[in-house]
Design a protein around this ligand. Structure first.
Ligand SMILES: C[S@@+](CC[C@H](N)C(=O)[O-])C[C@H]1O[C@@H](n2cnc3c(N)ncnc32)[C@H](O)[C@@H]1O
Length: 225
């Protein structure tokens, strides 16, 4: 998979996508990313990328020309252009799964008040939101979404099962609690069942715990089940 990221702030994505599991995935050739600084296509002596909104009001809007000049050479029939915006459809695990099957994703990251609507209408395949809050810039959202997508690619996680047995996995539930050594820490013991060696009972306990957590923290996930 190839991810192209168009942003005014390359450093916001370079670090998370070059580190840890993402960095190793790239080193192994499982995915590639390229960051395109929108400023390079800025207009005039000052490489202007934004302007005042027509109709008045606060803030600045990203002009269409620098975005188009950056985006157009990257597009191929296989590309999917994703606009990062709080007005988009909320990005969920199912979107990560769906997008992990694409060959080429282009993440268009806004700043200030966002991008000129004509770009949205003529170049964007999908508008995606990280959640119901407003970030300062779309590169933060792109880094999060790319991480969620890329970790699903075959070979990225050490243990392929770990993408299945976790929150929002096949069960649709939140994950169960996890414990490691020591067996007792500050007077709090690891549940006996986890030390029992009885894998059937452990699996049942984990399922119950996952259900309890989901009921408590995310009852919406159980609707219609
Ligand atoms: C300050 S926000 C613009 C908010 C916009 N005026 C609005 O109210 O919908 C600047 C940029 O950050 C990004 N952004 C902010 N919140 C986001 C979210 N929840 N999901 C994805 N991107 C977001 C978008 O790329 C947006 O263009």
């Amino acid at each position: 998979m190839l991810a192209d990221i168009i942003t005014l702030f390359p450093e916001v994505v370079n670090v998370p996508l070059g580190s840890s599991i993402m960095g190793r995935a790239r080193d192994k050739g499982l995915f590639q990313f390229r960051v395109h600084d929108l400023r390079e296509q800025g207009m005039g002596k000052y490489r202007q990328v934004d302007d005042e909104p027509y109709g008045g009001g606060p803030g600045m809007v990203l002009r269409p020309e620098p975005i188009f000049a950056t985006l157009e050479p990257l597009r191929t029939p296989q590309s999917r252009v994703l606009l990062m915006t709080p007005q988009g459809k909320p990005f969920k695990q199912e979107d990560a799964v769906r997008l992990s099957k694409e060959e080429h994703l282009i993440f268009l990251c806004g700043h200030y008040e966002g991008v000129d609507q004509r770009i949205v209408e003529s170049c964007v395949d999908e508008e995606l939101s990280l959640g119901d809050y407003v970030l300062t810039n779309g590169a933060i959202a792109a880094a999060v979404m790319i991480d969620a997508i890329v970790r699903l690619l075959p070979g990225v996680l050490g243990d392929d099962e770990s993408a299945v047995q976790e929150s929002f996995g096949e069960s649709g539930l939140l994950d169960h609690p996890h414990y490691t050594r020591p067996a007792e820490w500050r007077g709090i013991k690891v549940p006996d069942i986890l030390l029992s060696g009885d894998h059937g009972k452990i699996a049942k306990w984990r399922k119950e715990q996952a259900l309890e957590r989901t009921k408590a923290n995310r009852p919406d996930l159980l609707e219609g089940k």
